[in-house]
Each structure stands twice: as structure tokens, then as C-alpha cells.
Write a protein of this length. Structure first.
Length: 213
């Protein structure tokens, strides 16, 4: 009897985990056009140990053509605001986009919560794979339902929920530049501003190489 109960419990657990991975991929790229706020971030390391807040600017996403997404944002790096552009190219694998010469892969999932998506990121750096995830939304205001969905997704991907950070939002004032403004520094996937760095990273993870993300 105990063996049967254990088997049923395991089957239910497997079904729950599979359901958590059943989030649909992005159905229409044009849905991403506009300004987006990073509502939460999860990483393989605990960023709260840094003892400093994570400050992020909104992204402006555009669908340049079928299969190509453009991301504009501003990044805080060593006390300076640096504007950048990144292009993501859809691959043959369902839901997958590639950037930085194949060093970074993005998977964009739709959430049942309106105007919210999860961007799951695989970064290849120094022959190692680093995993992270971003919860993005149209409004900077916290949405607990979307955050709960993000926590479930995080757990299923093997990332620790205690590593989830809700960043401080910046943008839209004179002291915090608008990512849509002029003088944006193009990013070819190997350079950022005037500094060269290996492989390229997703904009808010630039400082990973410096040991921050």
C-alpha cells in the first residue's frame, strides 16, 4: 500500500513539473514591440551578497524583420550610464534566439499574466554554461501573480528561488537617460562601449565579468 502511494505521489510530482515547463514560447514577435521593465532576475549566484541594490533601466524592443529582434537599453557600469543596442536572431530551434556570435541563447516564454514574459538565458563563457532568467512586464509596478509564475519557472529550471532579485527601476528623468535617445552605442556582440570583453553578455549582465552578476 505504501509502495502504491509513493508511486502515485511521484507521478503527480512529475506531472506538476512537466506542467510548469508547458509555458508557450513567444507566439508573435510583434507582441514584444515597445518598452519593457525587468521585474525580477534570477541567477546561479546569490546577488544579495553584494550588499548593493541592482538598478536597471527599461528596455525598448523592436521587431526589425521576421526573426530579428532589437533591444535598446541603458546600463550602469562603473558609475557611468552606457547606452547599447543588441540584436537577437531567431534560430531553427523552437523559441530560441541567438546573439553574440552564438555565445548567448535566449528563450522567450509567454505567461498567462497579461503583458508579462520570461526570458531564459544560456550564456557560454570560457567553455562553461551560465543560466539566468528575467521576468519582464509592460508596467514597472510589481505583479505578484507574474512573480509567482516566475518562481515556479525558476524552480523547474534548477535555479534557486532565494537568488531572485527584484531590481530598482530607473529611466524617464533627466538624470537617467532614455534608451530611445540618440547617441546609442551599437553592440556587435564583442564590444561594449570602448571596452572589449569575451563573448558578449546580455546588457544587464555586463558586470558579470567583473564579478557582480
Amino acid at each position: 500500500m505504501q509502495s502504491l502511494l509513493l508511486t502515485v505521489t511521484l507521478l503527480v510530482l512529475v506531472a506538476v513539473l512537466q506542467a510548469q515547463d508547458d509555458l508557450p514560447f513567444l507566439s508573435e514577435e510583434k507582441k514584444l514591440s515597445g518598452v519593457w521593465f525587468v521585474k525580477a532576475i534570477v541567477n546561479e549566484r546569490n546577488l544579495t551578497e553584494l550588499g548593493r541594490p541592482l538598478v536597471l533601466f527599461p528596455y525598448t524592443l523592436s521587431c526589425l524583420e521576421q526573426g530579428t529582434l532589437e533591444v535598446k537599453t541603458t546600463v550602469m557600469y562603473e558609475g557611468q550610464c552606457i547606452k547599447t543596442i543588441m540584436h537577437m536572431q531567431r534560430t531553427e530551434k523552437p523559441g530560441q534566439y541567438s546573439s553574440f556570435s552564438g555565445y548567448k541563447f535566449f528563450y522567450i516564454y509567454e505567461l498567462p499574466v497579461k503583458d508579462h514574459y520570461i526570458i531564459y538565458i544560456e550564456t557560454l563563457l570560457h567553455e562553461k554554461k551560465f543560466l539566468s532568467g528575467h521576468l519582464i512586464g509592460k508596467c514597472p509596478k510589481e505583479n505578484m501573480e507574474a512573480l509567482e509564475e516566475f518562481k515556479k519557472f525558476t524552480q523547474h529550471k534548477g535555479l534557486l528561488q532565494e537568488n531572485i532579485i527584484v531590481p530598482q527601476q530607473r529611466g524617464g528623468s533627466e538624470r537617467t537617460p532614455d534608451p530611445n535617445s540618440n547617441n546609442i552605442q551599437p553592440n556587435d556582440g564583442n564590444t561594449f562601449g570602448h571596452e572589449r570583453w569575451p563573448g558578449g553578455v546580455w546588457p544587464v549582465q555586463l558586470v558579470a565579468i567583473k564579478g557582480i552578476l
